[in-house]
Design a protein around this ligand. Structure first.
Ligand code: PRX
Length: 372
């Protein structure tokens, strides 16, 4: 989960996931400030009706830790004690759940997106080759928080499955100064970078000379996702970096892009304001909200929906609640059993989509879905 959750939000997730073990750091860092986690976690466990038997604390030496006797364990001590332990590989079915990631819906209980193991691995490996153009041996830099889906897919699993080095960055793009990301690109010879339009807009308010101060010759492209990418922002950052800026559209639920430019399959131009065309595996249709019929006319607004089955990598179900999975995602299109993204969109004559916003009154800012 995202580190900044308040105790009650964390408590509802603990209650839903019923973990046997929780792993936490003592604190995170943001904008040069320490954000202590331990008291939030203790309070969340107190509020939750489910109590994990063990809590593994990673002490970064940032904040006070008051261990709970019999429950809390110290990571460094356990690691030292188990240095020579051999842990065999655990074979699981391809459909064995790999993780649960909660989406912040508008109201009520958070929905746990349940991901499988093999399908997800295959989808991520394919996306590296076909969408993100990352090669084994190169360095991938996703600026996301690992508690967000982009962090799961493209800080951790995707780059590592593809044999790439990955950079995990904690904090803001403007500390110690607005050149920090580009300094990292130069230092680690980053070949692919992934961020969000919000971050680009933050950088736009800073001195533009930071973007040209470092050697960015290793960088092939900057991918942006998570919210609409407006043309002024895309033009500004693309021009300042002198690199292609590539939009892509997806959701926590899908785990990888629904719409993108698949340059690794077929070279195609980007269009401003569009995340591209439907990615292979996603049978995307625009649906008329009242009739449930497919909209075939160009540039006419409809609900973005996907015919089943969803491709590998997408959610298997809502954790612990198959009925909710069906009633939420597969029951909102009139007269049809289709997966709804709950986003409005249009498609132009060339098959490029444009995203117009949520149908359920949620806006997405910096990776957080907020009610309007
Ligand atoms: O409304 C769409 C918006 O973000 C939602 C998904 O957010 P989340 O589950 O946090 O996953 C983000 C994964 C990148 C979508 O339903 N959204 C995502 N990408 C774009 C977007 N809106 C416009 N353009 C995008 N490229």
């Amino acid at each position: 989960v995202f580190g900044g959750f308040a105790s009650h939000a964390l408590a509802s997730r603990i209650e839903d996931a019923t973990p046997t073990l929780i792993i936490s750091a003592d604190a995170g860092m943001r904008g040069g400030k320490v954000v202590p986690y331990k008291h939030l976690l203790d309070e969340a466990i107190r509020l939750s009706s489910h109590k994990p038997a063990n809590v593994l604390m990673v002490n970064r030496g940032l904040a006070d830790l008051h261990p709970v006797e019999g429950r809390d364990q110290d990571y460094a001590t356990l690691r030292q004690a188990n240095m020579d332990t051999v842990v065999p590989c655990e074979w699981v079915d391809s459909t064995h759940p790999s993780y649960i990631l909660y989406t912040s819906g508008t109201t009520g209980k958070p929905k746990g997106v349940q991901r499988d193991t093999a399908g997800y691995a295959v989808a991520l490996a394919a996306s590296m080759k076909h969408i993100y153009m990352g090669n084994p041996g190169e360095t991938y830099f996703s600026t996301s928080d690992i508690g967000w889906v982009v962090g799961h897919s493209y800080i951790i699993y995707g780059p590592l499955i593809n044999g790439m080095a990955t950079i995990m960055y904690e904090g803001l793009p403007i500390r110690p100064d607005a050149g920090i990301w580009w300094q990292l690109v130069e230092k680690y010879k980053v070949s692919v970078m992934f961020s969000a339009p919000t971050a680009a807009r933050v950088l736009k308010k800073q001195d533009p000379s930071y973007l040209t101060k470092y050697d960015l010759s290793s960088l092939k492209a900057l991918f942006l996702a998570g919210e609409p990418l407006d043309e002024p922002t895309a033009t500004w950052i693309g021009g300042a970096l002198n690199k292609p800026i590539i939009d892509n559209y997806w959701q926590t639920e899908t785990g990888w892009p629904i719409m993108a430019i698949c340059n690794g399959v077929e070279q195609a131009p980007t269009k401003f304001g569009s995340p591209g065309k439907a990615v292979y595996g996603f049978d995307v249709q625009l649906i008329d909200e009242t009739t449930g019929e497919e909209i075939t006319e160009a540039n006419k607004k409809g609900v973005i929906a996907v015919n089943g089955p969803l491709p590998p990598g997408c959610l298997q179900t809502v954790w612990g609640d198959d009925k909710r999975y069906v009633s939420t995602y597969w029951s909102s299109i009139h007269n049809k059993v289709m997966y709804s993204t709950f986003d409005w969109g249009v498609k132009d004559e060339d098959g490029y989509f444009f995203i117009l916003g949520r149908t359920d009154d949620v806006i997405n800012v910096a990776g957080h879905r907020l009610g309007t």
